[in-house]
Design a protein. Structure first.
Length: 204
């Protein structure tokens, strides 16, 4: 079983239930990742999306807090670093739909000209059981397009087996839940990442 690295994982992540992973979270800094294996990267998105920055500004205004410029720059640099790691070692980069990280890192946008093993897709996480649609962009590096099999259907777990809690039945959990990766999607991503094959000399 091929080992896959998970970069920028949440502390309570569904990836911990999958064997054969090297998980880097807020405790195990992903910038210490030595390479040598494919990965799935979930860099912080709030500095790359309009919605995320709006939430940050609202929080800072409410609490009269000013975010240090070096913190903002650090998160942006981490996103670019994760994108480069995926390019070099193969795997998958995940971001909310519309993320500006794709353009900043020179990654093809969904629907733009793609390569056979360097391409992007737009998905809805509800296909894997997320309680709301949650538009997401995925960048695949070193993975064949022919290996992609997307379940264009809702995954509905039986009662008592849901991984999330609804917020009064509206399907919108708290921020902690919204940032998590659905277990079924995590397994799908890991299976694809294990097929990644990148020639180092071909990295742009």
């Amino acid at each position: 079983m091929r080992t896959v690295a998970i970069l920028c994982a949440a502390r309570k992540t569904a990836y911990r239930d999958i064997e054969g992973l090297e998980i880097y979270d807020e405790v195990r800094d992903c910038r210490n990742f030595p390479g040598g294996m494919p990965m799935i990267a979930h860099p912080p998105c709030r500095r790359w999306t309009r919605y995320g920055m709006a939430m940050v500004k609202a929080r800072l205004t409410r609490h009269n807090i000013e975010t240090p410029e070096e913190e903002i720059n650090a998160e942006r640099e981490l996103g670019l670093w994760c994108a480069q790691q995926v390019k070099e070692h193969g795997g998958i980069l995940e971001q909310p739909a519309g993320s500006k990280l794709f353009a900043a890192a020179g990654i093809p946008l969904p629907g733009s000209p793609q390569g056979p093993d360097s391409f992007s897709l737009a998905i809805w996480q509800c296909w894997w059981g997320y309680p709301v649609r949650k538009g997401t962009w995925l960048y695949f590096r070193g993975i064949s397009q022919f290996s992609i099999d997307i379940p264009f259907r809702l995954w509905n777990p039986p009662p008592g087996q849901q991984w999330y809690w609804y917020n009064r039945g509206k399907g919108s959990g708290n921020a902690h839940i919204r940032s998590h990766t659905v277990p079924a999607l995590a397994r799908w991503l890991v299976d694809l990442a294990r097929t990644a094959n990148v020639k180092q000399e071909a990295v742009p």
